[in-house]
Design a protein around this ligand. Structure first.
Ligand code: COA
Length: 150
């Protein structure tokens, strides 16, 4: 893989490129540019991106609710041409470090019940399926909630 990999917080001027990453890689559930801008600026979210040779290869959004002992991985996506190189694993490593810094006891996420690739990836990382969330998505698809204890 390229040497020039940078993980950093997103800024507002990244929002257009992040929007392209989202629409290219999510058939459903892509954030709009408006949502992206909101999440970048909102105090309780962390919007992290991975740049490879100055292109945005991946992004992750973490949601931190005060007085809740869990950090939520709200979104994670790696551009198709950068997959299989350990980038998503790197992002989750970052989420774990952030959760520990924030004194959280777990990381959680929701994933479409039919998104087998992502479920396999999360299970390899150590997440466990906890609860089925019925009709969680706009199109009524169920979600698995998954968690990892820290
Ligand atoms: C799921 C996704 C984030 C994985 O990203 P990635 O950068 O390719 O994953 P990594 O290269 O870091 O893989 C880490 C591990 O998971 C495994 N893995 C990743 N994708 C996998 C797949 N499709 N099938 C099986 N295993 C997979 C890798 O083999 C690797 O295992 P290893 O550490 O034993 O080698 C990526 O495929 C993606 O963005 N998908 C579309 C968006 C999406 O579905 N996001 C999740 C929404 S909840």
């Amino acid at each position: 893989m390229s040497d020039k990999i940078v993980l950093r917080n997103a800024i507002l001027t990244d929002s257009h490129k992040i929007c392209q990453l989202e629409t290219n890689n999510f058939a459903l559930d892509a954030f709009s540019q408006r949502q992206i801008k909101y999440l970048i600026t909102k105090a309780k979210s962390f919007f992290v991106i991975v740049e490879v040779d100055n292109s945005i290869a991946a992004s992750m959004v973490l949601l931190n609710r005060k007085n809740v002992g869990n950090l939520r991985v709200y979104s994670i996506v790696v551009d198709e041409k950068f997959r299989g190189q350990g980038i998503a694993r790197k992002l989750l490593d970052y989420a774990v470090v952030m959760a520990i810094k924030l004194n959280k006891k777990s990381l959680s996420l929701e994933v479409r019940i039919n998104n087998t690739n992502a479920i396999v990836f999360y299970e390899k990382y150590g997440f466990k399926k906890t609860t089925v969330l019925k009709s969680y998505y706009k199109d009524e698809t169920d979600a698995w909630q998954m968690k990892i204890a820290l």
